[in-house]
Design a protein around this ligand. Sequence first.
Ligand code: PGA
Length: 256
Amino acid sequence: MNIIIVKDYEEMSRKAAHLFVAQLLNKPNSVLGLATGSTPMGLYKELIRFYNEGMISFKSATAFNLDEYVGLEKEHPQSYWRFMQENFFTKVDLPVERQFIPSGVAEDITLESYNYDKKITSKGGIDLQVLGIGRNGHIGFNEPDLKFEARTHVVKLDEQTIEDNARFFKDISLVPTLAISMGVKTIMQSRSIILLASGKEKGEAIMKMLSGNITPELPASVLQLHPSVTAIIDLAAASMLDIAALEDLYQISMPS
Ligand code: PGA
């Protein structure tokens, strides 16, 4: 794993955008794995800027999102479909027919999960996947568990995740308790992964992800096994790291 420690959220977003730009310049028909939440918003802003400046185009690209709440219609203000429309898809030239997000209202969610993985495979697999990390170490909506769930599946959201995401809803009772999420194997099959973390509330999860055992109880720890992960972490999220000890395990760059 390559670890880039940056000053703040803006620098994290810029560096992540540069990796996406390089990916698209090298392979315009890339399959991108996208994420929602507060963390990637700055990345999307930067990518929209590069797009508006004519540096990149998404017209040959394909996008797969990590997850969606079960029970929220596409148009629901807090659906991840809506998030992607508002923050990214309507602002770039990525064709609608190649914007994929699992449906949280499919009649048969098991079939939807199965078909989602099949679709990813049929498009050649994900070239570059961006991930945030939950305070509990989740990636996508793979919550701490006793085993890694391989494929896209339905998950019961952790109490902590529901609390964390309540900020987007009028009331915590309105936060869905189930979600459909790419599984750990689906994520790990991405050719490259960028993990982003900003803010001191992510500090403990980042420390455990890098310094702890590989365990489904801290799902992001599985990334230690992936051959091409770049973790871009701001100083606040890196505040619990023992950099000197980690330097034996990882390539680490510090802010200039
Ligand atoms: P956040 O969520 O970006 O809103 O902090 C990250 C995540 O849960 O993966």
